[in-house]
Write a protein that binds this ligand. Structure first.
Ligand SMILES: NC(=O)c1ccc[n+]([C@@H]2O[C@H](COP(=O)([O-])OP(=O)(O)OC[C@H]3O[C@@H](n4cnc5c(N)ncnc54)[C@H](O)[C@@H]3O)[C@@H](O)[C@H]2O)c1
Length: 254
C-alpha cells in the first residue's frame, strides 16, 4: 500500500501560485491528487508558473471575498468535484516597526491572512456539513505564531489568529468528522522571506542567526509536510500544528 497516495483527494489551495504554493501543488499532483489552485493572479500569468495537468485547474479569486469564494467553490465542484481538503495557504507580510506600522497595511494583512482563511474554511465547512463529508482544513501558519519577530508584529498576530482559528474549527466541527490542522514553516528561501533576506541586511543577519539547523528552509520541505498531512497517514490528527521550521521556534531570537 502506498500510504502517501492522494488519488482520492481533491485539494483546494489558496495562494497556490505563490513561491511555496507552486511547489506544494507540484508535490500534491505527483502523489496523485486532483488540485484546485486559487490565487489572485491573472490566468495568463499563472500559466507559466503552474504545471500542465488534467488533474489541475486554476481559479482566480480573492479568497477574502465571500461571494467570490462561494462562486469559486461552485466552479471547482463542476470541474473536479467538491474538495475534501481545503488549504488556507494565501498570505502576505509587510515589515515596519510597530510604532510606524501603517494601519492601511495592517488592515490589508489581516484581510489576506486572517479573513481569507476564515472565509475559505467557513465555505468549505458549510458544504461538507450539508453533504456529510469528513473534510480536512489545513492552515499555513508560521513558527512566528508563537515567537515575536521585530517589525512584523501584525504578521505574527495574524499567524497566532490562524492557529486559534484552526483549533476553533477543529474543536467545533470534530463531531461532524471535519478535521483542522496547521503547518508552521520556518524561514523559507523563497517568496516573502527571500525578499526580506535579499533586501534587508538587518533581517538577513537576524535570520541567519535564528535557524538552529543553519540554512534557509526549502519549499520542498514544506510541500512534503502537506503531502503527509493531506494523506490518510495523518487521519487521527486534528487541532495540531506541524512545525517544520529547522528548529527556529526553539530559540529566543537574539
Ligand atoms: N516564505 C516564508 O518564509 C514563509 C514562512 C512561514 C510561512 N509562510 C507562509 O506561507 C504562505 C505562502 O508564502 P510565500 O512565501 O509563498 O509567499 P508568496 O507571496 O510567494 O505567495 C502568496 C500567494 O498568495 C496570493 N494571494 C495574496 N492575496 C490573496 C488573496 N486575497 N486571495 C488569494 N490569493 C492571494 C499571492 O498572489 C501569492 O501568489 C503564506 O501564508 C506565508 O505566510 C511563508
Amino acid at each position: 500500500m502506498n500510504t502517501l497516495d492522494l488519488s482520492d483527494k481533491i485539494i483546494l489551495i489558496t495562494g497556490g501560485a505563490g513561491a511555496i504554493g507552486q511547489v506544494i501543488v507540484r508535490r500534491l499532483l505527483e502523489h496523485g491528487a486532483a488540485v484546485a489552485v486559487n490565487d489572485v493572479l491573472p490566468k495568463e500569468e499563472v500559466k507559466a508558473i503552474l504545471p500542465q495537468s488534467e488533474r489541475l485547474r486554476y481559479f482566480q479569486a480573492d479568497a477574502a471575498h465571500a461571494e467570490s469564494v462561494a462562486a469559486m467553490f461552485d466552479a471547482v465542484e463542476s470541474a473536479l468535484g467538491l474538495p475534501n481538503v481545503a488549504c488556507c495557504h494565501a498570505g502576505m507580510v509587510a515589515a515596519h516597526p510597530v510604532t510606524a506600522y501603517p494601519l492601511s497595511e495592517y488592515d490589508k494583512l489581516m484581510e489576506v491572512n486572517v479573513r481569507a482563511a476564515f472565509v475559505v474554511a467557513q465555505e468549505a465547512a458549510r458544504r461538507w456539513i450539508a453533504r456529510s463529508v469528513a473534510g480536512h482544513l489545513i492552515f499555513t501558519t508560521s513558527w512566528v505564531q508563537d515567537v515575536p519577530w521585530p517589525e512584523i508584529t501584525p504578521y505574527t498576530m495574524s499567524k497566532s489568529a490562524m492557529k486559534a482559528m484552526m483549533r476553533g474549527f477543529a474543536r467545533e466541527l470534530a463531531d461532524k468528522g471535519i478535521r483542522a490542522n496547521a503547518i508552521a514553516p520556518g524561514i523559507v528561501g523563497v517568496g516573502l522571506a527571500k525578499r526580506q533576506w535579499d533586501t534587508d541586511p538587518s533581517y538577513r543577519a537576524r535570520a541567519a542567526k535564528a535557524i538552529p539547523l543553519g540554512y534557509l528552509q526549502t519549499p520542498e520541505s514544506v510541500a512534503d509536510a502537506f503531502v503527509f498531512l493531506c494523506s490518510d497517514m495523518a487521519s487521527y490528527m486534528t487541532g495540531a500544528t506541524l512545525l517544520v521550521d529547522g528548529g527556529c521556534s526553539l530559540y529566543p531570537m537574539d
